[in-house]
Design a binder for this molecule. Structure first.
Ligand SMILES: [Zn+2]
Length: 343
C-alpha cells in the first residue's frame, strides 16, 4: 500500500471530544440482536476467551503469556517467577461473567459484524479490568521496575512501567483512550483471543480507488511473528464470518486467526494512521515520535525481515493441564511459520 508522505486519507483528525452515539444490544432489532449475541457467545464459549478474561480478573497475566510479546517484561521481572499459572477460582469467575455479558455492552451504531465482535471482545476486557478484582494489587509485580542505575531502561521509560502488564506493544496511548488504561487491557485481550487487534480500511473509495471497505486487517503482538499489520485473505475472513454466523460453531475453527507467508498485503505500523488509513479507532495509536527509537524499519532492512522456520506451541496450551498438549477448546495451538518473509 503506497501513500505519499504526509498525505492524510482520513476525513478528520481525531477529536477526543467527539461523543459517539452508542447503542446497547437491546436497541438492535430482533434479527440483528440474535445474530450478534450468538456470534459473541461463540467466541466466549472458547476456553481461549475464558482463560484470557480470567487473567484480567486475576490481575496478572500468566508468565508465559506475558512473555509472548514483542515487548515482554523487562529484565528480571518478578512476573516470570510469581505467576506461572492462574490463581484459583479465576476461570469460574470468568465463565460467570461471560454468561452475563449481553447486559453490559454498547456499540457504535454503524459498525459491521466483525467490527462489532472486535469491539465486544475488547470491551468485555475493559469492563472486567474496571471491576478492579485484581488479587495482585499489593505484591509489587505490576509496579516493578529495574533500579535507577539501569540507564537503558530509564532512558526509554522515563515515567516507569505501564500501569498494567496486559498490553499490546502498539496500543498503549491510554492518555487519549476513552476508557484510559482499561482500553490498553482491552486491545491486549482482543489480540490474544482473535489473533490481533482488528483494523479496517478507512480510506474513502472516492478518493482512493484501491480502498476496500470490506478488508479486514490484523495487528498482532506475539513472539516470533512479524510486528506488521497484515490483511486477512478472503478465505480467512470468510472462515471468521462462518464461525460467527454458525448456529453451532465448527469444532475445528481456530481462534486465534494466524497469519502466514501467504498474507502478503502488509502495512508498517510505524506509518501514521492518517497516512495508511488502516485503523479502527482514531485514538488507538499516536504518531510515533521522530526520535527513531520505535521505528523497526531501520533494523529490518530488506530481506532481514525474513524469519526462519518456526514451529511452536502457543503458551496458553499450558493453562489447562487436563487438555491434550497443544489443544484447548476448539482451537489448535500450533503456530507454524515457514520462511515467513516478515511473519
Ligand atoms: Zn494471580
Amino acid at each position: 500500500m503506497e501513500q505519499q508522505l504526509g498525505e492524510s486519507v482520513v476525513a478528520a483528525p481525531f477529536d477526543k471530544n467527539v461523543v459517539f452515539q452508542q447503542l446497547s444490544i437491546g436497541d438492535l432489532d430482533g434479527e440483528h440482536r440474535q445474530l450478534l449475541v450468538r456470534a459473541i457467545s461463540s467466541i466466549l464459549s472458547t476456553e481461549l476467551a475464558e482463560t484470557t478474561y480470567a487473567q484480567i480478573i486475576d490481575g496478572l497475566p500468566i508468565a508465559d503469556v506475558a512473555y509472548d510479546s514483542h515487548n515482554p517484561p523487562y529484565g528480571a521481572h518478578p512476573v516470570d517467577e510469581a505467576h506461572g499459572e492462574l490463581c484459583p477460582g479465576m476461570i469460574d469467575k470468568a465463565r460467570g461473567f461471560c454468561r452475563e455479558f449481553n447486559r453490559t455492552l454498547t456499540f457504535n451504531s454503524q459498525t459491521r459484524l466483525i467490527e462489532m465482535i472486535a469491539v465486544a471482545v475488547q470491551q468485555i476486557a475493559v469492563i472486567l479490568f474496571e471491576l478492579d478484582t485484581s488479587l495482585h494489587k499489593d505484591d509489587g509485580i505490576v509496579d516493578w521496575a529495574p533500579p535507577k542505575s539501569d540507564e537503558w531502561y530509564w532512558g526509554r521509560h522515563p515515567s516507569g512501567p505501564l500501569p498494567t502488564l496486559f498490553h499490546h506493544s502498539w496500543y498503549q496511548d491510554y492518555d487519549q483512550y476513552p476508557r484510559g488504561v482499561a482500553d490498553i487491557v482491552g486491545y491486549w485481550a482482543e489480540d490474544r483471543i482473535l489473533g490481533g487487534v482488528v483494523l479496517f480500511d478507512r480510506r474513502d473509495p472516492e478518493v482512493k480507488p484501491d480502498a476496500d471497505p470490506n478488508a479486514v486487517y490484523f495487528h498482532w503482538d506475539w513472539e516470533e511473528v512479524t510486528y506488521r499489520i497484515y490483511r486477512l485473505l478472503p478465505k480467512q475472513r470468510q472462515a471468521l464470518l462462518d464461525f460467527l454466523l454458525a448456529d453451532d460453531p465448527p469444532f475445528l475453527m481456530s481462534l486465534p486467526i494466524l497469519g502466514d507467508q501467504d498474507n502478503r498485503d502488509r502495512v508498517d505500523p510505524e506509518d501514521p494512521i492518517q497516512q495508511t488509513g488502516i485503523y479502527r479507532d482514531l485514538w488507538e495509536r499516536k504518531e510515533l515520535p521522530l526520535d527513531g527509537q520505535h521505528d523497526k524499519r531501520v533494523a529490518r532492512k530488506g530481506n532481514e525481515d525474513i524469519l526462519p522456520m518456526t514451529t511452536r506451541t502457543k503458551p496458553w496450551s499450558k493453562l489447562e493441564p487436563s487438555q491434550p498438549a497443544a489443544v484447548i477448546g476448539n482451537s489448535t495451538r500450533i503456530l507454524t511459520v515457514k520462511d515467513a518473509d516478515g511473519l
